[in-house]
Design a protein around this ligand. Structure first.
Ligand SMILES: Nc1ncnc2c1ncn2[C@@H]1O[C@H](COP(=O)(O)OP(=O)(O)OP(=O)(O)O)[C@@H](O)[C@H]1O
Length: 267
């Protein structure tokens, strides 16, 4: 659907914000991009949305795109309703009746006929979301879409993302919170020094110290969930995925080992 190959971006003569970014967005997939402030998330999404040019590399594919920018231009005199109708006509949408129910679903507080510039930040964000999704684009690009939204609308946005995936369209979104990105994305990436890398999830681990009067012997490294095995002062020390810790303890006790210590590993 959309493919970035070797994409780089440099503003003026500065250091590259993005370097050698490769990313394929397949149909029906939700991709989440994590990154600290200033790591280049918005720059990457602007390039994908076609509103900014890469200074290196190739962007291939021309899906119909719905785009929520990081700063939605909300300081306008147009009302939310006229703005969305205007955009709908530009995008060739004949059925304008989808707009009002969408604003209601997003929980727009206030008069849809009031000027956009009078809306609160969260309500302006809802109008920004509405313009991104109403035409059912093939690729939905959302820059920090959860920012500024109230809790009720968080769930609605989650539904909109899921519905987009269900109709085999794709979503690319950014956020700086791993838990949010993990919750909604099929594939999670992280921007690190301009490079886009797969986000490695580090599940919580537990440290288990075992001893045995006579060595019963056990291939602990082969036990599911065991990450590391070390000998320390006559004890065996295991690092175990927290979710598997109970099973490993049961195996140890039934195998004649004594449990000396169980503690969460420091992050
Ligand atoms: N138009 C521009 N001209 C010059 N520098 C820019 C421009 N846009 C972004 N930058 C710089 O590029 C870097 C990445 O910015 P970008 O907005 O893409 O990061 P971000 O990850 O989206 O940040 P945040 O989480 O704070 O929104 C920053 O150092 C920023 O100052």
């Amino acid at each position: 659907m959309l493919r970035l190959t070797g994409v780089g971006k440099r503003y003026g003569g500065g250091v590259p914000v993005l370097a050698q970014v490769d990313l394929t967005v397949p149909a029906g997939r939700v991709i989440g991009v994590l990154g600290a402030n200033g790591s280049g998330k918005s720059t990457l999404l602007r390039i994908m949305a076609g509103v900014s040019r890469a200074t290196e590399g190739v962007v291939a594919g021309h899906p119909a795109i719905g785009y929520l920018p990081d700063r939605f231009p909300s300081g306008q005199r147009l009302s939310a309703r006229s703005y969305l109708r205007h955009l709908a006509r530009i995008r060739g949408l004949s059925d304008l009746s989808v707009i009002d129910p969408l604003l209601a679903r997003l929980g727009l507080v206030g008069d849809p006929d009031a000027q956009l510039r009078t809306l609160s930040k969260g309500n302006a964000q809802k109008v920004g979301l509405a313009q991104a999704v109403f035409a059912e684009p093939e690729l939905l690009i959302l820059d920090e879409p959860w920012s500024g939204l109230d809790v009720g609308t968080h769930a609605i946005l989650g539904e909109l993302v899921a519905e987009t995936r269900e109709r085999r369209a794709s979503v690319v979104f950014t956020d700086h919170r791993p838990a949010v990105v993990r919750q909604y994305a099929d594939d999670v990436y992280r921007l690190d020094s301009g490079r886009l890398v797969a986000f490695e999830d580090h599940p919580e681990t537990t440290r288990i110290r075992l001893s045995a009067a006579s060595s019963p012997g056990h291939a602990w490294a082969d036990e599911p969930g065991v990450r590391t095995v070390a000998d320390e002062a006559g004890c065996v020390v295991l690092t175990v995925d927290a979710a598997r810790a109970d099973a490993v303890l049961l195996r140890a006790l039934s195998g004649g080992w004594s449990v000396r210590e169980v503690a969460p590993c420091s992050p």
